[in-house]
Structures are given as structure tokens and as C-alpha cells.
Ligand binder design. Structure first.
Ligand SMILES: Cc1ncc(COP(=O)(O)O)c(C=O)c1O
Length: 369
């Protein structure tokens, strides 16, 4: 971590804004900028970008897979996985709170022409086992054939919950029993690995393919990796080209990705500690509803409890916190999301808690519309 980056973040932190909306707001470190400047590049569609080739080898090694491909975003990495695993029209099984189901623009329907079978997501980020067991089709001529099971780890909408290797194995079992592939949206795979104290490869070993993001907690400016078997990744490269994701001298971006994987993984533990501290502090503010014991990584959700014990409208709290310099995301499901990351220090958490306490008083006093 370079001092000028620290200084820049420090200036931000002591200034008006503590940005807890997402870990996607992280900026590249000074070391990343330097590596980007110096990156050796070539035409990656010809396989000639040495920096991308190095990043792909590193990603394959970290996930314990035969190969990996650099893609522009997590959304594209997941879309490529769905298109590579499935035939057109195959049904895809995924959680009803998963990012791929909710926030990837209906890609399974639009790109694969696939029906999606949403399985109820449990608060711990796993899926309803009984429903999952009955979600695989294809024996009956009336049914679409199931082509893929998707899992998410850590689980964003469940508050960064972590799925262990044993849990992944258990959830994958019904798909495995039918010889079906399993894809993991591991946008925050390394948060899961750090929280569990295991190598990412131990989690990735339970699935056929995994997508992880370089541009979230790992702080690279752009990019995700999709990893799997050599033949899967060969086909994934063709699909990436189809989607317009074949980049040229993108070694400039991959250079930052290499540092994301070599220098930014271990420090995710700091983000997890900060999230826990924020959750515990929020639990002490009257009227805030949160379960700090469920906070395992860098994402937390909380709500407001009215005098009658019923959930309150969080919009005034989000607005009041923003005017105090703390940004967070107000969901339409009555919850607020806060995400810790490289740009957030332990001191920022203290300040954020002071702002939330004041904002809560202000929000509680706001007239009901
Ligand atoms: C769990 C999960 N998967 C996938 C994505 C998509 O990543 P991207 O924004 O790079 O497309 C996100 C983004 O926040 C995410 O949280």
C-alpha cells in the first residue's frame, strides 16, 4: 500500500464522505497504477498479451482449476459460464436472491433462451434443500432439461454470508447425482476464503466453474476471472468473443489484477473486522434492527424498527446519513446495505456510527408522509 494512496484515502475519510455503498467504489492502489503504467501488452484475442496470460495462470492456480479467462465484469463472467455450460433452452437452477437471478438483466432468458428455476434462498445464503432436490428436470418429455446449477459465495443479498466447502458439496449433490455441472458466482470468493481461513481452491474444488471479481474488495479497477477445466475455458473464450468481451491490449488492466491477487487478499480480514465493528455499533443504536452475529464478511444489512416493533421506512435514515457524509444503499426491500472495503478505516467506522446515531434521531423525528 503506497503512502500517497493512503494520503488520498485519508483525505477522503476525514472529509465529508464515507462511502459504504459497495466495495466496487474502491480505487486502484498506487502500486496498481504503477504496474498498469509499466505493463507489457499485446493483442489478447491472439493470446499475445503476456500480462493477461500471467493473470490467467495465476487465477487458475489460486482456484485450483486447469485454466482461467479474463473478462470485463462479473456479470459477463457469469453470462459466459451459463452460455458455455448449457444448451439453448436448458433450464438453469439458481437461488431466488442470487445476483445472477436478480441483477444480471435476465441474461439467462435473454442470452441462453433458458427458463430459470428460482429456489428459495435461506438467510444463510444456502438454498432450501427440499425444493432444490425437486428442481432438476428432464426425464419427462413435457419438461425443459435442466442444464446447470448456480451457487453464490459469498452471498451478497444475504449479507455476505459464507458457504463452506462442505455446504457447497451438499448443495451441489443433487446436480452431481444427475451428472449436471455447477457454477459458482464467487464475485467475493476471496472474502469467503479469508473468512473461513482456507485457500480459495478448496471452495472452487466443489464446483465446475467459478467467477470471481478483481474489482470489488480486491480493489482492481476493472475485471473478473472465470476459471474451470481447460476445455471449458477454451469454449468460454469463444463465448467471450461472441459477447464482445475479447479485449486487446488489456494487460494494462490485468497488471492491476495481478496485484489484486498477490497483495490484496489477506487484508480482506480488515474489512471483515470493520464490518463486524459497524454491525455491533449499529446494534447499540435504539431503533436499528440488525443481527451482528450473522455478519461474516464485508457486507451487512440493517433495518429500522418502529415503536410498534414493526419494520420502519429506511429512506429517511439513508438520506440523513448521506447529509452527515455517510453513503449507504437503501434497498427497496426495507433494508439498508453497508459494505466495508479498502477505502474504509476503523476510524471511519467510528465516525459512521456517530453519524448513524444522529441520523437515526433525525429519521425517527421525521413526520410520516
Ligand atoms: C454476487 C455478485 N455477482 C456478480 C456481480 C456482478 O459483477 P459486475 O458488477 O462486475 O458485473 C456482483 C456485483 O456487485 C455481485 O455482487
Amino acid at each position: 500500500m503506497s503512502s500517497s494512496y493512503e494520503a488520498r484515502i485519508g483525505a477522503l475519510a476525514s472529509g465529508p464522505t464515507i462511502d459504504l455503498r459497495s466495495d466496487t467504489v474502491t480505487h486502484p492502489t498506487e502500486a496498481m497504477r504503477e504496474a498498469m503504467y509499466r505493463a507489457e501488452v499485446g493483442d489478447d484475442v491472439y493470446g499475445e498479451d503476456p500480462t493477461i496470460n500471467r493473470l490467467e495462470e495465476l487465477a487458475a492456480e489460486k482456484t485450483g482449476k486447469e485454466a482461467a479467462v479474463f473478462v470485463p465484469s462479473g456479470t459477463m463472467g457469469n453470462a459466459i459460464a451459463l452460455l458455455t455450460h448449457c444448451r439453448r433452452g436448458d433450464e438453469i437452477v439458481m437461488g431466488d436472491r442470487s445476483h445472477t437471478y436478480l441483477y444480471e438483466v435476465g441474461g439467462a432468458a435473454r442470452l441462453n433462451g433458458s427458463p430459470v428455476r428460482p429456489v428459495p434462498t435461506l438467510p444463510d445464503g444456502t438454498l432450501d434443500r427440499a425444493r432444490l432436490a425437486h428442481s432438476f428436470l428432464g426425464d419427462d418429455i413435457h419438461e425443459a432439461r435442466t442444464g446447470l446449477l448456480c451457487l453464490e459465495n459469498t452471498h451478497n443479498m444475504c449479507g455476505g454470508r459464507v458457504l463452506s466447502a462442505a455446504t457447497l458439496r451438499e448443495l451441489a449433490a443433487p446436480a452431481r447425482a444427475r451428472g449436471l455441472p455447477v457454477h459458482m458466482d464467487g464475485a467475493r470468493l476471496f472474502n469467503a476464503a479469508v473468512a473461513l481461513g482456507v485457500p480459495a481452491s478448496e471452495l472452487a474444488a466443489e464446483v465446475d466453474s467459478v467467477q470471481f471479481c478483481l474489482s470489488k474488495g480486491l480493489s482492481a479497477p476493472v475485471g473478473s476471472m472465470l476459471a474451470g477445466s481447460r476445455s471449458f475455458i477454451e469454449e468460454a473464450r469463444r463465448v467471450r468473443k461472441l459477447l464482445g468481451g475479447g479485449m486487446r491490449q488489456a494487460g494494462i488492466l490485468a497488471a492491476a489484477g495481478i496485484l489484486a491477487l498477490t497483495e490484496m487478499v489477506e487484508r480482506l480480514a480488515e474489512d471483515h473486522a470493520n464490518a463486524k465493528k459497524l454491525a455491533e455499533g449499529l446494534a447499540n443504536i435504539p431503533g436499528i434492527a440488525i443481527e451482528p452475529e450473522t455478519v461474516e464478511t464485508n457486507i451487512l444489512f440493517f433495518g429500522m424498527r418502529g415503536a410498534d416493533g414493526q419494520p420502519g421506512d429506511v429512506a429517511p435514515l439513508v438520506t440523513a446519513a448521506a447529509s452527515g457524509g455517510v453513503l449507504c444503499s437503501g434497498g427497496d426491500d426495507g433494508r439498508i446495505r453497508a459494505v466495508t472495503h479498502y477505502g474504509i478505516s476503523a476510524g471511519d467506522i467510528e465516525r459512521a456510527l456517530t453519524v448513524f446515531a444522529a441520523a437515526m434521531k433525525e429519521a425517527a423525528a421525521a413526520p410520516v408522509a
